[in-house]
Design a protein around this ligand. Structure first.
Ligand code: ADP
Ligand code: ADP
Length: 228
C-alpha cells in the first residue's frame, strides 16, 4: 500500500531529519511511528501527503510514485489528523466535517447523510451536534470531530500526528478505545505518530521505532523489545 524506498529528507537549514528509510505499510494496517521528540516522525508523516518533499528516494502508494500523482488527488485520498485539531471556529460541526466533500462537489443530500453517519460512528447524536459550533464541544468531542473530518471523503489512508496527546488521560484512553473499534469498521490504512509507548503497543498492528532519523526496530507489539 505505502512503500518507502531509501527515503531521506534534509531541510534547507541542513537538518538531516530522516535518513534512508525503507519499509512497507500493508493495506488496512495500523502502523505506528514512535520515538523521542525530534527523531523524524512528523517529517516521515508529512512526506506521505507531500506537505514536505523528500530529498532522495521514493515513496509509492499503490505501486505509483507519489510524485506522479496529481497533488489534489493525492491529498483527497489521505486524511490527516493533528494534535491541534483546529476546527474552523465560526463554522458548524457539519460544515467543518463537510469541507473536503464540498470541495469534491458532493450534493447537499449526500453530504448530510455522510455527516450524520460519521457523527453516529463516534457516538455523537447528529440532531444534537450537527449545528453546534466547535467551542460548544468538549476537547475529547472536538478531537472526535477531527478524526471523522479526516474520514469524510472516504480516503484510503489516514495520517494521525499525536492526535490524543493534548487530552487528559481519561479522554485519551476513551478515544484510544474508540479508535480501536473504529479501525475494525472502517478498514483504512492508518499511520499514527506518538511518543507514548503504551499507546503504540495498544493501537499498533506494527510499530516502527525511530531514533535520530533512522529506524531502529520494526515489528508487531510482541516483537518490539523497547518496552517500558
Ligand atoms: P518528531 O516528529 O519526531 O518530533 P520532526 O520530524 O518534527 O521530529 O523533526 C525531525 C528533525 O527535523 C528535528 O531536528 C527538527 O528540528 C527538524 N525539522 C522539522 N521540521 C523542520 C523544518 N520545517 N525546517 C527545518 N528543520 C525541521
Ligand atoms: P511541527 O514541528 O509540528 O511540524 P511547525 O511549527 O514546525 O510544526 O510548522 C508546521 C509545518 O509548517 C512544518 O512542517 C513546517 O515545516 C511548515 N512551515 C513552517 N513555516 C513554513 C513556511 N514559512 N513555509 C512553508 N512551510 C512552513
Amino acid at each position: 500500500m505505502i512503500r518507502f524506498e531509501n527515503v531521506s529528507k534534509q531541510y534547507p537549514a541542513g537538518t538531516h531529519a530522516v535518513k534512508s528509510l525503507n519499509f512497507d505499510i500493508k493495506e488496512g494496517e495500523f502502523f505506528v511511528l514512535i520515538g523521542p521528540s525530534g527523531c523524524g516522525k512528523t517529517t516521515t508523516l508529512k512526506l506521505i501527503n507531500r506537505l514536505h518533499e523528500l530529498t532522495t528516494g521514493y515513496i509509492y502508494i499503490d505501486g505509483k510514485k507519489i510524485s506522479e500523482y496529481d497533488i489534489h488527488e493525492l491529498r483527497w485520498n489521505i486524511g490527516y489528523v493533528l494534535q491541534q485539531i483546529a476546527l474552523f471556529p465560526h463554522m458548524s460541526i457539519e460544515e467543518n466535517i463537510a469541507v473536503v466533500p464540498e470541495l469534491r462537489k458532493w450534493s447537499k443530500d449526500t453530504i448530510r447523510k455522510r455527516v450524520d453517519e460519521l457523527l453516529e460512528l463516534v457516538g455523537l447524536e447528529p440532531d444534537t451536534y450537527r449545528d453546534r459550533k466547535p467551542k460548544e464541544l468538549s476537547g475529547g468531542q472536538q478531537q472526535r470531530i477531527g478524526v471523522i473530518r479526516a474520514l469524510a471523503a472516504d480516503p484510503q489512508i489516514i495520517l494521525m500526528d499525536e492526535p490524543f496527546s493534548a487530552l487528559d488521560p481519561i479522554s485519551r484512553e476513551k478515544l484510544q478505545d474508540d479508535l480501536l473499534q473504529l479501525k475494525e469498521r472502517i478498514k483504512k490504512t492508518i499511520v499514527f505518530v506518538t511518543h507514548d509507548i503504551q499507546e503504540a503497543l495498544k493501537l499498533g498492528d506494527r510499530i516502527c521505532v525511530m531514533q535520530d532519523g533512522e529506524i531502529v526496530q520494526i515489528g508487531t507489539p510482541e516483537e518490539i523489545t523497547l518496552k517500558p
